[in-house]
Design a protein. Structure first.
Length: 124
């Protein structure tokens, strides 16, 4: 299992998850895992981020009902970001949040649903 973390503080930026199988070909890299600890090679926005291998927790997989409840809560918690009257974020940031929310809605379409899910990363 891998988790995206802020390198300067160790703060987790997402839930532990398996790495997608297609990352190597997408980035055109062999040995992609060797490059994940420091993502600064992707640009300034990623300079303080890196994927860290974490131990797998021994816990029961979530049921479809639990996953759907988590999706609903995360959609509720992020509704502020797509409110047209919220002037505290830019159009670009709003678009990022809209894409995040759509990714949440698409989780039930993932091949591994409900036990093997890749959760989207919340925008900064």
């Amino acid at each position: 299992m891998w988790q995206l973390k802020k390198l300067s503080t160790g703060e987790a930026l997402n839930e532990p998850q398996k790495l997608p199988e297609n990352w190597g070909p997408i980035f055109g890299l062999n040995g992609i895992k060797d490059r994940l600890g420091d993502l600064s090679w992707l640009g300034d926005a990623y300079a303080d981020q890196g994927w860290v291998e974490v131990g797998e927790e021994v816990s029961a997989p979530m049921t479809a009902e639990e996953v759907n409840a988590t999706i609903a809560q995360r959609l509720k918690d992020s509704a502020w970001a797509v409110a047209e009257d919220d002037l505290t974020i830019t159009k670009g940031q709003r678009a990022d949040w809209m894409a995040f929310r759509q990714a949440l809605r698409n989780i039930p379409l993932q091949a591994g649903f409900p036990t093997d899910i890749v959760w989207p990363t919340e925008p900064a």
